[in-house]
Design a protein around this ligand. Sequence first.
Ligand code: FEO
Length: 394
Amino acid sequence: MGVYREVSPGVFSVGVIDWDRRLFDELIPLPDGTSYNAYLVRGGEKNALIDSADPPFGRALLENLERLGIDRLDYVVAHHAEQDHSGSIPAVLERFPEAKVVCTPRCRELLEEHLKISAEKFETVEDRATLSLGGKTLEFLYTPWVHWPETMVTYLKEDEILFSCDFFGSHFATSDLFADPKIIYEPAKRYYAEIMMPFRAIIRKNLEVVDPLSIKMIAPSHGPLHADPSFIVEAYRDWASEDVKNEVVIPFVSMHGSTRLMVDYLTDGLIARGIGVKRFDIAVSDVGKMAEALVDAATLVVATCTVLGGPHPNAAHVAFLANALRPKTRFASIIGSYGWGGKTVKAIQEAIPLLKVEVMEPVLAKGLPGEEDYQALDQLADEILKRHQELGIA
Ligand code: FEO
């Protein structure tokens, strides 16, 4: 079951809230659930559905359209081929066989491949093309890589609504139709970190695409709508900038306590030097929180015990993930403890080739850390402070 709600005259939210989902892409924790937003734009002559829903929710989407009294659908706008938005398009086309799928040529290819939608169902659009529904004009704007290559957004000119799909979205299940900026900032930042951060440079270009528009409302395809568009646009401008903050992110794992002692010592030393610390026990903590912390931090220190001659697999996992997310982090180091040897430093360094970081001298202790190890951690904290001061952030 779902509900539809009017967001502007003739524009309805017809998507579905997924209150209970706890994992996305079988990877990303969803502590607050999510939603698959879809919108129905009712023009004087034609109707358009904007995006659909994850396949298990196709029926709820169709029920919303039925309750709204939609008995003819002219267009389904597919902003993005990922199945959480496109996956119910086949069900929509079965119910409304007259509808055409409106998308970029690249999106058409992906929808043909992933969903086996037949060629005659498509009407591809060029960048800046418009489509009149009768008193409602849709303008399509190409915004590649937010976060697949085929993505576009739609601007409803008369109502000044930007339908942005994943761009500006958040995994946040709520009954509130509109976002409270104080509440949505953190889920939106986390979403940015997990989904958008690897494409920072192109996101800045896409912000330039939407900047000239007069926007009263941003309607994303996950999470609540933004009645205050400048709030989320400015947040994106900040996150996607190359500015880093005077912070160190420390993901750590410690089997018998030695690495934890080193992390505690380094944490205190950094705080004493006026540097912010965000640390995560990666045996139990949520990788989404770590990804969010990496949006801003100048430095990453991976702390790991040694398992079978290399880093703990959890540490290797976070290094691999950080590498894939490509944060703007400038400096990195590795600390930890080992029993009799190993190639921890080499393995972690090799896991982060995409991070444009200067790697600072690692600190590895044999067994319990001793005086020399603590001195080395003091030197590392001094070095981090010096680098942050050189950037003008400490
Ligand atoms: Fe929400 Fe990239 O799909």
